[in-house]
Design a protein around this ligand. Structure first.
Ligand code: PHE
Length: 331
């Protein structure tokens, strides 16, 4: 009996091994039962009782060991000895990431899939494939950073290069949303920076029309800035779209009545868009007699400014914790 009390198990497996050793069919207790036959008749009663007691005690001991091991293992699961004793402060997402995620999420719900491409690009993907002629004045619209030793290698000045990369690999239907960082050789000030972020969208299929573009952009504006948001399109020019337009939304600060934010016009500009120029489709291996498409592009900083009224663009890249701490998000 003392031996029973001395049985020990550190793990569930060890406890189970004990059960097999003592209590299974071929276990020690059963062996005693078999030998019981040879016990002289006058001792049968006493020995029988002892064996039963032993069996009962062993069972109880092993069950107790199993329970102890189980509760110990559970306690071990909850105990993280590597945890810091100080409260953990979670960081916040960068405001541009929050807004980018929101934009991408809205377009994902409309069937657009994410596409990304390199920031260091070649001239073809940034300009030539996008219908910028060699001497096209539009090339001057975007002051480009060149990689010194390779005049053909540049930092992309818009994310349209991602559209080119998608088109060269894939035939329509194409429906992509392309977020990314872009670079332009501008002096840094509160209103301009040498890098910023864009999201561009591209949809190519049979029978895609300007009406489709307008409807998608209206849905986007209302999801982003509220259901009462209105949009208006003004004619514009981009080498890669024809016709092209710039889109304004009704100023969400004054509801369109006019305030200092919208310079008393009631409208604020948010993006450029248009029908993909057939020359761009052809340059990228897509039959322009069969397919049409639309594209749009917006600055993430601009959208973020509209949502959060950040006055100085430089705040986005200075990593001032006081500024970043103002943005908490579930995204
Ligand atoms: N790529 C343009 C820009 O950088 C934005 C744009 C994209 C305009 C697609 C129209 C269509 O300004």
């Amino acid at each position: 009996m003392q031996e029973v009390a001395a049985l020990k198990a550190a793990t569930a497996q060890e406890a189970e091994d004990l059960r097999i050793k003592y209590l299974s069919k071929k276990g020690i207790v059963n062996e005693l039962m078999t030998e019981f036959r040879n016990v002289p008749a006058e001792q049968k009663k006493e020995v029988g009782m002892k064996i039963n007691e032993l069996k009962q005690a062993t069972l109880e001991r092993i069950n107790a060991l199993k329970e102890a091991v189980a509760s110990q293992e559970q306690a071990g699961d909850d105990l993280d000895l590597t945890r810091t004793p100080y409260p953990v402060r979670l960081g916040t997402r960068h405001p541009l990431t929050i807004v980018k995620n929101e934009i991408v999420d809205i377009f994902s719900r409309l069937g657009f899939v994410l596409a990304e491409g390199p920031e260091v690009e070649d001239d073809w993907h940034v300009y030539s494939s996008m219908n910028f002629a060699d001497d096209h004045p539009a090339r001057d619209m975007q002051d480009t950073f060149f990689v010194e030793s390779h005049p053909d290698i540049i930092l992309r000045s818009h994310t349209s290069s991602v559209q080119a990369r998608v088109m060269e690999k894939q035939q329509p239907p194409i429906r992509v949303i392309c977020p990314g960082r872009v670079y332009r050789n501008e002096a840094i000030s509160a209103r301009a920076h040498c890098f910023f972020h864009q999201v561009e969208g591209l949809y190519i299929d049979k029978n895609v029309s300007f009406t489709d573009l307008k409807q998608v952009l209206l849905l986007f504006a209302q999801e982003m800035f509220g259901p009462d948001t209105k949009i208006r399109l003004r004619p514009s020019y981009f080498p890669f779209t024809e016709p092209s337009a710039e889109m304004d939304i009704s100023c969400h600060l004054c509801g369109g009545k006019g305030c200092s934010f919208c310079k008393h016009t009631g409208w604020v500009e948010i993006l450029g868009c248009g029908m993909v120029d057939p020359a761009v489709l052809e340059a990228n291996g897509i039959d322009s007699t069969q397919y049409t498409g639309y594209a749009f592009g917006m600055g993430i900083e601009r959208i973020t400014n509209l949502k959060y009224q950040v006055k100085d663009l430089r705040m986005f890249s200075e990593n001032d914790k006081r500024f970043l701490d103002e943005f908490t998000s579930a995204n």
